[in-house]
Design a protein around this ligand. Structure first.
Ligand code: ADP
Ligand code: MG
Ligand code: ZN
Length: 492
């Protein structure tokens, strides 16, 4: 076999990469999909179980209404068409973490189809199709201890068995690991906005299987694909795909054929390993689940669910750019989570100048939170505090430098802005112009050429002097005042 290192630099140009992703997200219901057991993560093993999720003979599943609503809401957010009638099916296979010997899933009639996610790579936009979104139950978890030594043991925890999942299958529309990464980022963002999953990858609430093939550019048929299973971070998905691309090309260049198989990614070694080939692939012998009626989500229920749909991240960014006059980059940062966007908007709407709030939140608040490893929810400065401080700067009462100092005090004392501002005796910046005038005179004397240029009509030259004065005052001066004084002086 040719190792990736043997693939020369220019070969990738000969080939086109094709990627399709299957993503599982655990839905945030309190109870499981077919029984009333808790879905709580991290409880002692095998305590969230009952005859239904343990697969005892004769136990019957009862569908969780909330799981249907959450999956439907996610499907709507992903622009899917909801099928009024969908069918649960048994997917039969044996595995120790699957006590029933089958998983209840959906097969030829899924809950939703024909969706899309728009991705944006350096400004070029592209729609990635979503083939389907269906509901299914999660399996349990095998825990391997002392792996590869003689005392190796495997234990099984069935707490996860029956936790509701939405499986989201993409079309093979992606053409690079970067596109796959972007798709996953957008998908997660959208799901988080709907609130139907916490998408916590460490806890396995979001899991991704990546399918990849390569074909000579211009060829119509897809190449043979391999599937990399259960990679637990988006960065690793990207790396695993990169590895697979080089492996595929190496094999094809050597005149061999790709074996269709499932592979595992080892992040420590940065490579994938074959797990099972197509010949060993399961024949799941799907058939309709006899213990459950067809699922009907009729127009009335659909419109009720649609009312729960929040404004989605991309639409929100566009609106915020227009409404507050902020940049695309600002809008991007400020919508990273729904709660951040909510908080920002509540502050921006109350403030004199929303743009100043956008700057403040990003440069002064998020930076300090990150430094101290705090979540937004743990911020000592509330959004009302941000608004108040932004307005004080806006109206010239305090300077930018003073605001920074006050924010530092807030974080030190773990107190909100207004109490700290009060405790400091409502400081005000100096509006004394005599010091500024002196500074302006000195600067103008030292830079006669710039003064001349200004007086000859190059009015933008005032920026040079403002910058110098601000620097000399270490940011303490009020920019508005500085401008006034300088304009007056320069006009002569
Ligand atoms: P399987 O039956 O092997 O699971 P599916 O047709 O259900 O295959 O597709 C599973 C995923 O693999 C989908 O996301 C799909 O877009 C993707 N896929 C299918 N064929 C290819 C291919 N040749 N190359 C890359 N991805 C593919
Ligand atoms: Mg599949
Ligand atoms: Zn149960």
């Amino acid at each position: 076999m040719v190792t990736p290192a043997a693939v020369s630099e220019d070969l990738p140009a000969k080939y086109e990469v094709v990627i399709g992703l299957e993503v599982h997200v655990q839905l945030l219901t309190a109870s499981k999909i077919f029984c009333s057991c808790s879905t709580q993560f991290g409880n002692p093993p095998n305590t969230n179980v009952c005859p239904v999720c343990l697969g005892m003979p004769g136990a019957l599943p009862v569908l969780n209404r909330k799981a249907v609503e959450f999956a439907t809401l996610a499907a709507m957010a992903l622009e899917c068409r909801i099928n009024e009638v969908s069918i649960f099916a048994r997917k039969n296979y044996f595995y120790p973490d699957l006590p029933k010997g089958y998983q209840i899933s959906q097969y030829d009639k899924p809950l939703a189809e024909f969706g899309a996610i728009e991705i944006d790579l350096k400004g070029s936009k592209k729609k990635i199709g979503i083939t389907r979104l269906h509901l299914e139950e999660d399996a349990g978890k095998s825990l391997h201890e002392g792996f590869a030594d003689s005392a190796a043991k495997t234990a099984v925890d069935l707490n996860r068995t029956g936790v509701p999942l939405a499986e989201i299958v993409s079309e093979p529309d992606m053409r690079s690991p970067e596109e796959a990464y972007e798709y996953l980022t957008r998908l997660k963002e959208i799901i988080l906005y709907t609130g139907v999953s916490d998408c916590n990858m460490e806890e396995g609430s979001l899991r991704c299987d990546a399918n990849i093939s390569v074909r000579p550019r211009g060829q119509k048929e897809f190449g043979t694909k391999t599937e990399v299973k259960n990679v637990n971070s988006f960065r690793f998905v990207k790396q695993a795909l990169q590895y697979e691309i080089e492996r595929h090309i190496g094999i094809i260049e050597a005149g061999d054929r790709i074996t269709q198989e499932t592979r595992l990614y080892n992040a420590n070694e940065g490579r994938t390993y074959g797990m099972r080939s197509k010949e060993q692939a399961h024949d799941y012998r799907y058939f309709p689940e006899p213990d459950l009626l067809p699922l009907v989500v009729d127009a009335k229920w659909q419109s009720k669910i649609r009312l729960m749909l929040p404004e989605l991240p991309e639409a929100r960014r566009q609106r915020m750019i227009k409404e507050y006059g902020i940049s695309a980059g600002d809008a991007h940062t400020l919508t990273l989570t729904r709660s951040l966007a909510d908080e920002f908007e509540s502050a921006a709407r109350a403030a004199k100048n929303p743009k100043r709030v956008a700057n403040l939140v990003q440069s002064e608040l998020l930076g300090r939170l990150k430094e101290q490893n705090l979540e937004l929810e743990q911020s000592p400065i509330s959004m009302a505090g941000v608004t108040a401080s932004a307005d004080l700067v806006e109206s010239g009462v305090i300077s930018g430098k003073m605001l920074k100092d006050l924010y530092d005090l807030c974080f030190e004392r773990k107190q909100d802005f207004l109490p700290v501002y009060e405790a400091e005796g409502r400081p005000e910046q100096s509006h004394d112009t005599s010091a500024l005038e002196k500074l302006a005179d000195e600067l103008m004397a030292a830079n006669p050429k710039q003064v001349e240029q200004y007086r000859a009509g190059k009015k933008t030259m005032i920026g040079f002097f403002v910058g110098q004065v601000m620097k000399a005052s270490k940011g303490q001066a009020n920019p508005q005042l500085v401008n006034e004084v300088l304009a007056r002086k320069l006009e002569g």
